[in-house]
Ligand binder design. Structure first.
Ligand code: F0G
Length: 368
């Protein structure tokens, strides 16, 4: 769950001790966050996720590539980083209820943190387009779940209106505290590497995360905690790539349901991150996403969800930016855990053969 845990078990290495005493995003990075001594900290000990070397991916790309494993967060996605801030501030401000639109992960995280804080949580999700695990999470944590006959963009429009008309706090990334918490991902990458990477690859949906990472990298450089800034490469799914197209997509479609978004709330944040950093935003097809998804599982032993694999698919497609060679370092954020979307995983492999409970039959089938 937390970085370096195995390393520290036998020999008492500092890394292991630190991992075991990880205090969650707000306590670890308090000085960079809009909290005071009286802010009630609602935490599930999120953050502190592994930054894993990816040797086979590195060989394919021709540079050192590392994976930031955000599926290791308490609810299985990076959303927990922003949610600890949004829910803590909601409680501080006296809120009794929160609401979000979601393609699944935000709702899972909001539901879990709300339960912890004793808040009512309402979530609007697009009917039929949310991974099963995420739906299960929102339900089991006790959220009021509404399945909308519509897509994420329509759900977010309604949620924004609810925020104005009802006594409820919106915890989508239009809530600035979400971005504040999520920027901790960049802080951790710098702390783990000792400096910022040369390139940072990230999937883009509603565009809050790329906005947050860029903010985090800028703040750590400003504070003297890093000496450089990465080029930010954001990747949208080809059927849901409004930023690449330069206009809103009315009917976004992609196998990566987490980023099935046609009108990102942080559009400007994404384009600023890309242009200020000398990076860019590009599109990857569903086939490219699924190829990267299978590659990560079979070659790097990391099971992420399809949307997460967009960062690696994009890196494989576009290669290193001009001027960068084998000595460079690339970080790809794998935003969510593969177990959230078992249906896609099963659709990518052949269904296991059924055999009689008989040694001979098993030996015959396995051909070892
Ligand atoms: N990866 C995963 C697994 C996600 O769930 C999301 C967004 C993204 C990438 C894109 O991040 O929106 O900050 O650009 N999920 C949101 C949700 C929309 O409702 O869970 P983004």
């Amino acid at each position: 769950m937390t970085a370096g845990m195995t390393a520290g078990m036998g020999d008492g290495a500092t890394e292991g001790i630190r991992a075991l005493s990880w205090r969650g995003v707000i306590e670890e990075y308090r000085e960079f966050l809009p909290v005071t001594a009286s802010t009630p900290v609602i935490s599930l000990l999120e953050g502190g996720t592994p930054l894993l070397e990816a040797p086979r991916l590195s060989a394919r790309v021709g540079a050192r590539v590392l994976l930031k494993i955000e599926g290791a967060n308490p609810t299985g996605s990076f959303k927990d980083r922003g949610m600890t801030m949004a829910i803590s501030k909601a409680v501080e401000d006296g809120a009794k209820a929160v609401v979000c639109a979601s393609t699944g992960n935000t709702s899972a995280s909001a539901a879990a943190f709300s339960a912890r804080a004793g808040l009512t949580c309402a979530v609007l999700i697009p009917e039929g387009h949310i991974a099963l695990g995420k739906l299960a999470q929102a339900l089991i944590h006790g959220a009021k779940v509404l399945q909308l006959r519509g897509n994420f963009d329509q759900a977010l429009d309604i949620v924004r209106a609810l925020g104005e008309q009802a006594p409820v706090t919106v915890v989508n990334s239009v809530n600035p505290y979400r971005i504040e918490g999520q920027k901790s991902g960049a802080f951790e990458v710098v702390d783990q590497l000792g400096d910022a990477p040369d390139v940072h690859c990230i999937p883009v949906g509603n565009a809050g995360n790329i906005t947050a990472y860029w903010k985090g990298y800028l703040e750590f450089k400003e504070a003297g905690r890093s000496t450089r800034l990465p080029r930010m490469l954001g990747f949208q799914a080809a059927g849901a790539a409004p930023i690449v197209a330069g206009h809103v997509i009315e009917h976004p479609e992609t196998v990566a349901t987490a980023i099935r978004i046609g009108n990102p709330a942080s559009w400007y944040g994404a384009t600023s991150a890309a242009s200020e950093s000398g990076g860019g935003i590009a599109a990857v097809t569903d086939d490219e996403i699924l190829e990267a998804y299978r590659f990560l599982a079979t070659e790097e032993s990391v099971f992420c969800e399809p949307a997460s694999a967009a960062s690696v698919a994009g890196l494989l497609k576009t290669g290193l930016p001009d001027g960068l060679g084998p000595g460079s370092t690339v970080v790809c954020v794998l935003t969510g855990h593969g177990l959230k979307d078992p249906d896609i995983a099963i659709s990518q492999i052949s269904v296991p053969t059924v055999v009689d409970a008989d040694l001979g039959a098993v030996l015959h089938e396995l051909q070892l």
